[in-house]
Design a protein around this ligand. Structure first.
Ligand SMILES: [Mn+2]
Length: 374
């Protein structure tokens, strides 16, 4: 059996107020083509189908067209789980009826973790969950971390699977030691929600969603990544889907091609304008001006040459001309309090008060104790 693994479609997402629905439509078109060309038997989508819990009608229409094309026109079944961005109950409405058409959707953690079985392949589903759901599922176990919760769920699966089958797990989780992208902020902040790759031992393939960079934290543990870059920090990443062959056990990646790319251009204002004359760019652009602040006037000048300019970084007038853009690398090395300070300085030009810092730390501690994260 050939399984196409994709995740993090984030349908309805916009970046700097620009909707990406046309790019997303194009990605779906490429995925549908691959289902036919690659003779796929089943498509799994590992969460974050939508960008928000209450998806726009445009996003719902695109989802509806995607699943109809795959299940009906390509006659290929699908296993879909909810991620932290999805409204789990909304996503899984009518799921029993949809299963009859070959669309197996899991919103909240189900009673039976086996989502799909055909021939000698079993596919299990662990959607994004709250640690309390797992505590009440195993009242006799002491579950003090997200890792422990995931471990219990995987143990349960091992106790119910048929030993003679191939075992595939579809999950939405943040595995320790993986590489984050700029659009993975929510995952990064939920540091306490990390799980080690060892909890997935024994599965023939683990189809993960949550992180947007395609990567393989374990031999058979794979993030397909998002089909399209969702931040300027991802411009160098190849966006792809993964294909797992249950007979050979092989995993391979197929690159998706975006009609418009994301692109970062930096230099002095003069240099940036010269570049635009040399090669006018239709891509989505972020400009980093190195010699002056990025005000409205600069924006107006740049817009003439870059029709799809999404954001500009300039020298800050607040901190002695220093550029203060927060990157993933910075967030990784800074303490949460530092992140708060930088945020306040950059957006409003003030230092957070001790009281505000205290509230922030308190809220963060609550989140790390298993609170809900958007
Ligand atoms: Mn995501």
């Amino acid at each position: 059996m050939r399984i196409l693994h994709t995740s993090d479609w984030h349908l309805g997402l916009s970046l700097h107020h620009r909707s990406f629905i046309e790019e997303q439509r194009d990605c779906i078109r490429q995925i549908v083509n691959l289902v036919q060309e690659e003779k796929i038997d089943i498509v799994v989508v590992s969460g974050d189908i939508f960008d928000s819990r209450v998806a726009s009608s445009e996003a719902i229409a695109l989802y509806s067209s995607a699943v109809t094309q795959i299940c009906q026109e390509c006659d290929t079944e699908m296993v879909v789980i909810a991620g932290n961005h999805d409204g789990a109950a909304r996503l899984s409405s009518c799921s029993t009826l949809l299963a009859r058409s070959g669309l197996y959707v899991t919103g909240k953690l189900p009673q039976n973790l086996l989502s799909y079985r055909k021939e000698d392949v079993e596919i299990f589903a662990i959607p994004y969950f709250h640690i309390d759901e797992v505590r009440s599922r195993y009242p006799q176990r002491r579950i003090d971390s997200y890792e422990m919760a995931m471990k219990c769920l995987c143990e349960e699966i091992r106790s119910i699977w048929s030993p003679s089958c191939r075992h595939v797990l579809v999950a939405h989780a943040y595995v320790t030691g993986t590489q984050l992208s700029e659009s993975d902020h929510a995952a990064l902040l939920g540091g306490a929600q990390q799980v080690s790759v060892q909890v997935f031992e024994g599965f023939d393939y683990v189809a993960l969603g949550h992180l947007h960079r395609p990567q393989q934290p374990g031999e058979q543990v794979c993030y397909s990544g998002s089909p399209f870059p969702y931040s300027f920090g991802e411009v160098e990443q190849d966006k792809s889907v993964s294909i797992y062959d249950t007979i050979s056990g092989e995993i391979h990646r197929i690159t998706l091609h975006a009609p418009k790319r994301l692109c970062v251009i930096s230099g002095t204002l003069q240099e940036v304008l010269e570049k635009a004359v040399q090669e006018p760019l239709e891509d989505y652009i972020k400009v980093e001006i190195t010699d002056q602040p990025a005000g409205l006037e600069v924006l107006e000048i740049l817009r003439r040459d870059y029709p799809n300019l999404l954001c500009v970084t300039g020298k800050s007038v607040l901190t002695d001309g220093e550029q203060i853009t927060l990157t993933v690398e910075e967030i990784e090395t800074l303490s949460p309090q530092h992140v708060l300070e930088k945020f306040c300085q950059e957006t409003a030009g003030y230092e957070p008060s001790p009281q505000q810092t205290e509230w922030f730390c308190k809220a963060l501690a609550e989140v790390e104790n298993g609170g809900d994260l958007q």
